[in-house]
Ligand binder design. Structure first.
Ligand code: S3P
Length: 184
């Protein structure tokens, strides 16, 4: 059976890279961090891209990379938190993959990002307030596009990873049953 991609969506600092690496290892899939992929292609950091060419330029690069990565499967892809802003990104990703939303709380996200300086969208002003506002705007989109949701706000990385693997297996079993059920 051909392996599709597993696409991790969720807010900055929810753990997409951490869980992505664990899941890819457990499943024998390749791991791709989209932000890192873009940085490598552009030979500069996300901060530099935003500062020099602006957010729109970055969003275009994001969309280009999605097209490229959706051509084949077998990867766990950690996306940037803003990927859901363009519905075309999601349509493209869904062609060859399952969307898994890593759901977290502002508190946990803030804890993960309080000393971070690599997120241009959280660079100015009160970080907690920015997280709350932006998450409020985006949470309905993450929910809407998710094929599966995993709560990652409590528990150890190990336990959460186990829980996600179980969910993926259940999802795959249900899908297999649906696909093999005779059509009326
Ligand atoms: C962004 C999230 C970042 C990165 C860029 C914009 C966003 O990725 O793509 O700074 O709009 O939420 P992470 O979610 O990996 O932090």
């Amino acid at each position: 059976m051909e392996k599709g991609n597993i696409i991790l969506i969720g807010f900055m600092g929810c753990g997409k890279t951490t869980f992505g690496k664990k899941l890819s290892k457990a499943l024998g899939y390749k791991f791709i961090d989209m932000d890192k992929y873009i940085e490598k292609k552009e030979n500069r950091t996300i901060n530099e891209i935003f500062a020099t060419d602006g957010e729109d330029y970055f969003r275009q690069k994001e969309t280009d990379v999605i097209k490229e990565l959706s051509l084949d499967g077998g990867k766990v892809i950690s996306t940037g938190g803003g990927v859901i802003k363009n519905p075309k990104n999601i349509a493209e990703l869904k062609k060859n993959g399952l969307i898994l939303y890593l759901k977290s709380t502002p508190h946990r996200i803030y804890n993960n990002l309080k000393d971070d300086t690599t997120r241009p969208l959280l660079a100015d002003g009160d970080k907690m307030e920015k997280i709350k506002t932006l998450l409020g705007e985006r949470a309905p989109l993450y929910e809407k596009y998710a094929d599966l949701t995993a709560n990652v706000s409590h528990g150890t990385v190990g336990h959460i990873t186990e829980n996600i693997l179980k969910k993926l297996e259940e999802y795959q079993n249900e899908k297999n049953m649906r696909d093999t059920r005779p059509q009326p």
